[in-house]
Design a protein around this ligand. Structure first.
Ligand SMILES: C[S@@+](CC[C@H](N)C(=O)[O-])C[C@H]1O[C@@H](n2cnc3c(N)ncnc32)[C@H](O)[C@@H]1O
Ligand SMILES: [Zn+2]
Length: 389
C-alpha cells in the first residue's frame, strides 16, 4: 500500500486510519522494516508498504497489510480464513497475525485435501483470475494467436474483444477525474485510464483507487500496475487437455502493462462493497463494472458509490445481471409496478437514491475466453448517473 492511499481511506466507523509499524504487531513474524521501496515503474518512486498495520484512531480496530495489500474489511479474521487460498499463494505463514494463525493453518490443511475445483465463482482461484487477466490485459491481436485454432472464436474476438465495458466506460470518465472503482478485479480499467490520462495530460495527477474482495486479484493488480510483489505464474488456458493454465503470458507483458503508469496517484486495496472504506465525497467518479449481481443486497453498491462521490460527481455501473434466484426474489419484492427487466430495475435503484441517469448503453458486448473451444458473450447494460450538487 502506498502511503498516499491513506488520504482516501477511512475505518469502517468513519474514523481516521493511521499506519503503525509492523514491529508494534505483537507476535508477528520476524521483524523487518515495515516500509520497503518497490521498483514502482513511475516517475515518482513512492514507498510501498509491504507489511504493516493500519489502526483506527477512534475505535482502535486494526487492519493488516500483507504483501502490499491492505485488508480493510469488517471481519479481518474471517476474511483471512475464508480467503486463505489466495493469501497463501504469496504470503508466508509467519506473516499471518498470530491471533488466528493456527486456525488459518487448519483451513489451509483442509484446502489441500480438496481437488482443484472447476467452479467459475472462486475469485481466489488461479483459473478464474487467469480468465480475467486475459479479459483485462490481452489485446485482440494477442487473443488472435491464443485462439488461432478456431475460426469461430477468432471471428467473435475480432468483432467484439476490444469493445467491452472497460473500453466504453474509460471513454466516459473525464480526463482530470479522481476515480474510485469497486469490484476492480485484476485492475484492467486502471490500465486504460492511466494510459489515456498520461498520454493526453502530462503533469496532471489524477487519483485512482481500486477495491475488490479478492486478495489474489488485488495482488495481481498491484503487481501488473506498480511492480508490487507476486510469486505466482501468469498463465491462461489454451487446450484444456494440457490443463487450466497451460500457456504463459507473453514475455515482458508485466513491463508493457506498467509502462502506462506515470504521474498518477493510484492503488488497489482489499475491501467489501457493502462496507466500503472509501472516504466520503472524495472522488469525482465511482465506477463498478459487472459486480452488482454478486452482492447479497445490490442496493449496497448504490449507497457505496453515492457515498464516495462529491456532489455533482458521476457514478458508472454495468452488469450482465446474472442474479442468484435468492437475490432476484428479494429485489422483485421491492420494485414498483411496471419494471419488467433487470436493466430497468437497476436504473430504478440508482434513481431512487437521488442519482440521475445521464447516459446509457443497453447492450455492450463482453467476451470471456474459457479455452480454445469455448468463448462466452455477454450483453451488458451500462450507464452513467449524476449525484445532485
Ligand atoms: C464479475 S467480476 C468483474 C471484475 C471487473 N470489474 C470486470 O468487469 O471485469 C466481479 C468482481 O467483484 C468482486 N466482488 C464480488 N463481491 C464483492 C464485494 N462484496 N466486495 C468487493 N468486491 C466484490 C469480485 O472479487 C470480482 O473481482
Ligand atoms: Zn474505527
Amino acid at each position: 500500500m502506498f502511503r498516499a492511499t491513506l488520504d482516501h481511506l477511512v475505518c469502517l466507523c468513519q474514523g481516521q486510519l493511521s499506519l503503525v509499524s509492523e514491529s508494534a504487531e505483537k507476535g508477528s513474524g520476524p521483524v523487518v522494516p515495515a516500509m520497503a521501496t518497490m521498483p514502482r515503474a513511475s516517475t515518482h518512486a513512492e514507498e510501498d508498504i509491504l507489511y504493516g498495520t493500519l489502526q483506527c484512531v477512534s475505535c482502535k480496530e486494526r487492519f493488516p497489510i500483507l504483501e502490499g495489500v491492505a485488508i480493510v474489511v469488517p471481519d479481518v479474521r474471517g476474511y483471512v480464513l475464508h480467503h486463505a487460498k489466495g493469501i497463501s499463494k504469496s504470503v508466508p505463514e509467519e506473516r499471518i497475525p498470530k491471533a488466528y494463525r493456527r486456525e488459518y493453518r487448519a483451513y489451509l490443511e483442509e484446502l489441500r485435501t480438496l481437488e482443484e475445483e472447476h467452479i467459475e465463482e472462486d475469485l481466489e482461484s488461479e483459473r478464474v483470475n487467469a480468465l480475467y487477466l486475459m479479459n483485462h490485459y490481452m489485446p485482440a491481436s494477442e487473443m488472435m494467436t491464443v485462439a488461432a485454432a478456431s475460426p469461430l472464436l477468432k471471428e467473435w474476438i475480432e468483432r467484439y474483444w476490444d469493445q467491452g465495458p472497460m473500453e466504453l466506460v474509460a471513454g466516459w470518465i473525464p480526463e482530470k477525474a479522481s476515480v474510485l472503482e469497486l469490484g476492480c478485479g485484476v485492475g484492467g480499467l486502471y490500465q486504460r485510464l492511466c494510459r489515456r490520462l498520461n498520454h493526453r495530460l502530462p503533469g496532471i495527477s489524477p487519483v485512482y483507487l481500486g477495491m475488490d474482495s479478492s486478495f489474489h486479484s488485488v495482488l495481481i493488480a498491484r503487481h501488473l500496475n506498480f511492480g508490487g510483489p507476486f510469486a505466482g505464474r501468469l498463465a491462461h488456458p489454451a487446450d484444456l487437455l494440457f490443463g487450466n493454465s497451460s500457456r504463459g503470458f507473453p514475455e515482458g507483458i508485466s513491463w508493457k502493462m506498467r509502462a502506462g503508469d506515470g504521474a498518477n496517484t493510484a492503488d488497489f486495496v482489499v475491501a467489501e462493497i457493502d462496507a466500503s472504506p472509501a472516504k466520503k465525497e472524495s472522488f469525482d467518479v465511482s465506477v463498478s463494472l459487472n459486480a452488482i449481481d454478486m452482492l447479497e443486497d445490490p442496493e449496497t453498491l448504490v449507497y457505496a458509490q453515492s457515498h464516495s462521490v462529491k456532489p455533482g460527481g458521476d457514478v458508472i455501473q454495468s452488469g450482465p445481471y446474472i442474479w442468484h434466484e435468492r437475490i432476484s426474489k428479494k429485489l422483485r419484492g421491492r420494485l414498483p409496478k411496471g419494471i419488467a427487466d433487470s436493466a430497468s430495475a437497476v436504473e430504478w435503484l440508482y434513481s431512487k437514491n437521488g442519482l440521475e441517469i445521464t447516459n446509457r448503453e443497453l447492450h455492450v458486448p463482453w467476451l470471456f475466453f474459457k479455452h480454445l473451444r469455448q468463448i462466452e458473450l455477454y450483453s451488458v447494460h451500462a450507464f452513467i448517473a449524476r449525484k445532485g450538487a
